[in-house]
Design a binder for this molecule. Structure first.
Ligand code: CMP
Length: 142
């Protein structure tokens, strides 16, 4: 089915000047870019986005990192977008990510892992709405 996922090119991706390279791989894999912007989240905004992880041991480190500099949220659409995007980026821990995946090629650690992708259809819609009102999400090649 045609699905929507929310990707975030994380602050490490921006700092390493990898925005273009990562977007190129995403587009080459057949995803349509339907919304995109650069934002510097506050700590509170990062805590809101990752509220599902509140209470986990890495929550403070995660939200510090995600508010440490600009990042690039991107709404992507494609058939089977959720699963296909997770395959493209590889496992959360780059040491476990398959060769040729974005995290395997560029990520330093489980925390600084270059890119986020939604883990379900429901969360894809919810996460896209965290950054973009519906009228800013365009039908690009849909
Ligand atoms: P992401 O897909 O953005 O969703 C939650 C993030 O938490 C995950 O990617 C990791 O970057 C981060 N994360 C998960 N486990 C750990 C951990 N053990 N230590 C630090 N960060 C983690």
């Amino acid at each position: 089915a045609h699905e929507r996922t929310l990707a975030i090119l994380k602050p490490d991706c921006v700092r390493k000047d990898l925005i273009g390279e990562v977007l190129r791989r995403i587009q080459e894999a057949g995803f349509s870019v339907c919304a995109l912007k650069m934002v510097n989240m506050t700590k509170a905004e990062a805590e809101g986005f990752y509220a599902v992880h509140e209470g986990k041991p890495f929550f403070d480190e995660l939200t510090d990192f995600m508010s440490s500099g600009p990042c690039v949220p991107v709404v992507l659409e494609k058939d089977n977008a959720i699963a296909d995007f997770r395959e493209l980026i590889g496992a959360t821990n780059p040491e476990e990510a398959d060769d040729g995946t974005i995290r395997s090629d560029f990520a330093d650690s489980i925390g600084e892992n270059i890119v986020h992708g939604s883990d379900s259809v429901e969360n894809g819609l919810k996460e896209a709405g965290y950054f973009f009102p519906e009228h800013e999400i365009v039908a690009n090649k849909a």
